[in-house]
Design a protein around this ligand. Structure first.
Ligand code: FAD
Length: 510
């Protein structure tokens, strides 16, 4: 058999702007591989939400590779066992893939793959898909490197391969069969995966839905439509960051040159969007530089603050959306149903668990990781720690679920959609149903403690006690000293995010 270049697809399920695929095709005969790993299926983050999105995306990847005449082999099991199977059938010259900044099991697996390649004399070539730098020496350098890695031309799809290798004798599963026991018959009501859907989402956001993004991103009433909703496509790689960046720049230039009277709204929204794309890699870089963030407080000065007082009953109520605080419960139930909720509500959910319920962040973060179709460990664990107040470098932000409910869902429409047992409540009572008098409970048809839970904690005392404790720990000498170390390693540098030049010129002149 001829030598082949094996392209290992991980969370990069596209053929456009895919440097490993392009390089593999340029330097030999390419064969694509996807392994649905046992380690993932048994991991703490595995969920139906993610499996369903992945299945949609693999179907399209498989079709796209077929048009390029690149065979796709799909396997399930242990990565090294699958590679050994393949090596018996193929002469693998090189392995091509993207770098991955994942969780502990992917890190260990990558080390085994490296060793396997060394033992078998196979050259493993890894490429960047995000602006995440391995062995970054100093955070001061990061922004320059980010620019080079993201603000670049995209790589074209490879041209169709002629005389591709015959792999008919190699055992391969189909996309359908590889998920056989993993997905239930009833599909979840989550967003659809696949590159076509990703492109549609991005285009509809940049041409239409994004107009009021800056204004509407915080309320779950409007965020489902007005946020870009491309996070799962970035996580699973059906869209590339560079293509998003390029399209964003083109859209901005078009708007600057146009006569629309919506210019100012559009530019505000596009800048807010661009800054969030910047945050994406900024956060993942933290996990790359310090993988223990998945398990340990980034600032050890907070070790021992919450660990020993974990209340399992509170945790269970929070998980099910049965805390007695309508905004928390509605958001959790919406997330369970759709696999997505907006940033502000994610922050509120984890902050409520960390402060009012005084739960150490790790178990709540692992639970949310399963629910998020877009689970991205570098963003997720860093955000979970930041919103729980254990970094020492960020402002302590404790969300009040009552204030958030009044601000983001003033009429209670969202709450009633996901907590239909509260349908009979007036606008006045919907945000704090536990304040209803016995007569109000009778007239609304909602008995607190029977039809809807009593609040599991009292808001004001739990909030105050948490605030005092966290500030005390934050001001300790040890925490303050370690905060400097955390900042040096992970902190965002002043003025590190610059929006595009053309926009700045417009703002100055307008
Ligand atoms: C506790 C917590 C956990 C989170 N976990 C994840 C996660 O697992 N995966 C994930 O992609 N995002 C996570 N986020 C960040 C953010 O909530 C989501 O990226 C965003 O809600 C996704 O929706 P969107 O694509 O419509 O985002 P948009 O608001 O349209 O933003 C565009 C893109 O920018 C990036 N982005 C947006 N906000 C942030 C942010 N605060 N930090 C880093 N990148 C950002 C995402 O890639 C997003 O797709 C988390 C936030 C919190 C508070």
């Amino acid at each position: 058999m001829d030598n082949c270049n094996l392209v290992w697809f991980k969370k990069d399920l596209r053929t456009f702007d895919h440097q490993p695929l392009m390089n593999a095709c340029d330097t030999g005969k390419a064969i694509a591989l996807y392994v649905l790993e046992d380690d993932w299926v048994s991991s703490k983050e595995f969920s139906q939400h993610q499996a369903q999105f992945l299945r949609d995306s693999l179907i399209e990847l498989s079709d796209s590779l077929a048009t390029l005449n690149i065979p796709l082999i799909i396997k399930r099991g242990d990565m090294i066992a699958c590679l050994n199977d393949l090596r018996r059938e193929l002469k693998i010259k090189s392995l091509f893939s993207h770098y991955e900044t994942g969780v502990a099991w992917t890190y260990e697996r990558d080390k085994k793959v490296k060793q396997w390649c060394n033992e078998n004399n196979i050259n493993w070539r890894e490429f960047h898909q995000f602006a995440v730098v391995r062995n970054l020496k100093s955070r001061d350098e990061w922004n320059k490197k980010r620019k080079l890695l993201i603000e670049r031309d995209t790589f074209p799809r490879p041209t169709r391969q002629y005389n591709s290798l015959n792999v008919s004798k190699i055992k391969s599963l189909t996309v359908k069969s590889v998920f056989d026991d993993l997905l239930s018959r009833d599909l979840l009501d989550i967003q659809k995966g696949g590159r076509n859907e990703g492109i549609n989402m991005l285009n509809s956001f940049l041409n239409d839905r994004g107009l009021n993004y800056a204004k509407n991103m915080s309320s779950p009433m409007t965020a489902y439509d007005n946020c870009s909703r491309i996070s799962s496509h970035i996580t699973w790689g059906t869209l590339s960051l560079s293509e998003i960046h390029n399209l964003l720049s083109k859209t901005r230039d078009k708007i600057v040159d146009s006569n629309t009277n919506l210019k100012s709204n559009w530019l505000k929204s596009l800048q807010a969007f661009e800054s969030r794309l910047w945050w994406h890699c900024h956060f993942i870089q933290k996990l790359e530089s310090e993988p223990s963030i998945e398990f340990k407080n980034v600032n050890a000065g907070f070790d021992g603050m919450r660990e020993d007082s974990f209340n399992h009953a509170y945790f269970e109520a929070w998980k099910k959306g049965e805390t007695g605080f309508p905004m928390i419960d509605a958001c959790m139930r919406a997330l369970i149903q759709h696999g997505w909720i907006n940033f502000r509500m994610r922050a509120m959910l984890i902050s409520f668990a960390a402060y009012q319920l005084w739960l150490h962040w790790e178990k709540p973060a692992n639970y949310l990781a399963k629910l998020f179709t877009d689970f991205e460990p570098g963003i997720h664990y860093s955000q979970a720690q930041m919103q729980s107040g254990v970094t020492g470098i960020n402002a302590i932000r404790i969300y009040s679920p009552i204030k958030q409910a009044k601000d983001q869902d003033p009429t209670g429409e969202f709450i009633k959609k996901y907590c239909p047992e509260l349908n009979g409540l007036t606008t006045q009572n919907i945000h704090e149903p536990y304040t209803m008098s016995p007569i109000e409970q009778i007239t609304s048809g909602v008995t607190i403690g029977k039809d809807y839970p009593k609040p599991i904690v009292e808001h004001a005392p739990s909030y105050l006690s948490a605030r005092n404790t966290v500030y005390k720990w934050k001001s300790s000498e040890k925490t303050q000293h370690l905060a400097k170390v955390v900042y040096e390693k992970h902190g965002s540098r002043k003025n590190s995010f610059f929006p595009s030049q053309k926009r700045d010129e417009f703002i100055k002149s307008s």
